[in-house]
Write a protein that binds this ligand. Structure first.
Ligand code: KG4
Ligand code: ZN
Length: 351
């Protein structure tokens, strides 16, 4: 299994493939020396009719989609597989079947081309997506991770060190958004649709509840229930007529909770840098609120481009790159025992 690529040292040109399949996005990206050359994503439409991701269908779709997605990423980047130096792959947390497909696809590529495999934590990848366009970000910082499965406040004193300082006690923000979208008849997933509607609505049309006032933890199930009763109380015509205002008022409640807790944490931990990460960080209201509050408080703020917020291979590739650069590539020699870890924690956590 010896190959000159295992002897890469920092300073050399390095091409990395990033492979992501932890949920319903099949994605491959190509990164050359810290710069994204291409990103291919197939967001599975198979789940729309069910109003949620069906793991078995997702696994089969990843299996079907990976060859074409890889091909597109390589073609768009103008490189061949023989030029790749390492493969980064998401191995957890996520849905076990979809993760297994990605991990084994990565292992197959690595084995056949004598390449090292860098196992990547999905949440760490969401956080590192911020560094794609902002390599200047300095530690320590606080990151708000908001996705379909996670809502967490994390203090990051240094590379690879994570202290969980707040989390949801029930639903993740994205989960709440998707369920409310379904209740409003807007389909799945609902984040982007609600975002577009809310831009045209009045956020003060209704006041929906905010959970967990006195803590750094979050709660979104009360908000979800409140929307359920609100929708039941009003007829279809009213909901349809006021859909933009309802979307704006609902997202105002979600983003107000998120930003209030984030800045509570900034005060407590005396940090001057904040980041957003995860699919919900593509939300325009959340981004505007973060910018406004950060300027007011004199805090530096970052969020990834929308295409790097939702699940994608680019965030996996940049994380693999950072890991290789901060260590020794030989650490990542091909390991046939590498497996999916559906309930993976962030590595080297500080308790
Ligand atoms: O990070 P992600 O792609 O997958 C997980 O790891 O969960 O996040 C998906 C979530 C979904 O709940 C989706 O509705 C939400 O991100 N999302 C948004 C927006 N775009 C995606 N939520 C609010 N506004 C958006 N623009
Ligand atoms: Zn994700």
């Amino acid at each position: 299994m010896e190959n000159s690529r295992y002897n890469l040292s920092s300073g050399q040109v390095m091409i990395i493939l990033g492979i992501e399949s932890s949920c319903d996005d099949t994605s491959v990206a190509v990164l050359k020396d810290g710069q994204i050359l291409s990103i291919a994503v197939n967001t599975q439409l198979e789940h729309i009719e069910f109003g949620g991701v069906i793991p078995e269908i997702a696994s089969r779709a990843h299996l079907k989609n990976f060859p074409a997605v890889l091909d597109k990423a390589l073609t768009d980047a103008g490189i061949g597989l023989n030029e790749v130096d390492a493969v980064g792959v998401t191995y957890g947390p996520g849905l076990v079947g979809p993760l297994l497909v990605g991990v084994n696809f990565a292992k197959g590529l690595a084995f056949s081309h004598s390449l090292p495999v860098v196992p990547v934590n999905h949440i760490e990848a969401h956080i590192f997506a911020n560094f794609i366009d902002n390599p200047e970000i300095k530690y320590p910082f606080i990151v708000l991770v908001v996705s379909g499965g996670h809502t967490e406040l994390i203090y990051v004193p240094d590379i690879g060190k994570y202290e969980l300082i707040g989390k949801t006690r029930d639903d993740a923000a994205g989960e709440c958004i998707d369920k409310v979208s379904k209740m409003l008849g807007l389909g799945f997933p609902g984040g982007k649709v609600l975002d577009e509607l809310a831009k045209k609505g009045n956020k003060d049309f209704e006041t929906f509840p905010r959970g967990m006032h006195n803590s750094l933890d979050f709660s979104f199930s009360g908000l979800k229930t409140s929307l359920k009763y609100y929708i039941e109380k009003h007829d279809d015509e009213f909901i349809k007529k006021n859909i933009e205002n309802i979307a704006a008022s609902f997202l105002e409640s979600v983003t107000d909770s998120l930003i209030t807790k984030l800045f509570k944490a900034v005060k407590k931990y005396k940090t001057d840098t904040v980041l957003l990460a995860g699919g919900v960080s593509a939300n325009s209201i959340l981004r505007n609120k973060l910018a406004e509050m950060s300027k007011k408080k004199g805090v530096k703020y970052y969020f990834p481009q929308p295409k790097y917020c939702t699940d994608n291979g680019a965030m996996v590739a940049i994380t693999a790159y950072k890991k290789i650069m901060s260590g020794d590539i030989s650490e990542y020699k091909f390991d046939s025992a590498l497996d999916a870890v559906p309930f993976l924690n962030l590595s080297k956590q500080i308790d």
